[in-house]
Ligand binder design. Sequence first.
Ligand code: CP3
Length: 342
Amino acid sequence: MAIKNDLFLKALKGETVERPPVWMMRQAGRYLPEFMELKNKYDFFTRCQTPELASEITVQPIRRFGMDAAILFSDILVIPQAMAIEVEMKPNFGPYLPHPIRSQKDVEQVIVPDVHESLGYVMDAIKMTREKLQDEVPLIGFAGSPWTILCYCVQGQGSKTFDKAKEFCFTQPMAAHGLLQKITDTTIAYLKAKVEAGVDAVQVFDSWGGMLSPEDYNEFSWPYIQQIIDALKDEAPVIVFGKGCWFALKTMSQSGAAALGVDWTCSAQNARYLSGGNITLQGNFDPTRLFSPPADIKKMVTKMIRNFGKDRYIVNLGHGILPTVPVVNAKAFIDAVKSYSE
Ligand code: CP3
């Protein structure tokens, strides 16, 4: 069935649109009172693993704000979980992996699972979400980049430096590449299954790509993202978001990706220049700028669209929305895009 609001899919194809589409990274989350209600009743992985809850949380922001795309509620860390690496989500702390990967022997014990078996609940959540969306807007599926997943698997938790993850790569590169390849193989099978289950596009989050120097990025992150693009691009449009990865925009623009995410530290002009001017870009409003008064948000969004240009552009934040953002400010962001005209 054709999707009624096809702005997002048109922008991914580079087609002309009357206004750019908009969605927000982490749009299903803690800034929404209806999300908090479910968060207070069910722990994190229960919300991810129960299709009724995951699909409900996915459509909450769509009902409230009417974004042009939904993103499935889940987490990038369901992948290591499926690979037999224990992952906990500790309240007020974040992800915690009690048995981090630190050696070749640890890597050998990591499995490449049958994703239909271990992650079947995600496919069920996709099917249930599609029913709730009634073909109103497209649905985005996602995965972390292999490097970003390795960061958590080795560090064992979030970090400002990911020093243990980087030390592992630099002192045991063979083991690191072995782990990255296992994550890549799992991620490719996972994203293909998501497309089969009904997502219209996929986004790869390389949230910690910017922790690496350009040279190390080309060794430990980019080749694995390229494998994912190669395997997926004929099945669905692939969006690559690398936080802090402006230095890789040129490489990314020649990769077969349909669109590239940009964070707020790179200007629209520079992002267009670095990516060659022809590829769809997505971003890049500073998430903390959503604390500005709604009238200022509206002005800044209009200016941002003028700077990127209305075509080959998807309006988004430069990273996930923060839990403390007022709902009316998030609404001002979405409304500013929906009322945009040349
Ligand atoms: O965008 C969406 O609305 C879909 C939902 C989504 C979540 N995680 C839900 C979530 C998406 C796309 C993610 C991806 C994700 N998860 C990333 C990449 C995107 C990014 O922000 O860089 C990363 C690095 C993770 C790992 C992760 N999950 C962290 C670091 C945390 C804790 C940090 C925090 O904000 O508390 C999570 C937990 C998490 N994932 C929450 C949500 C809504 C908050 C915890 C909760 O709801 O109980």
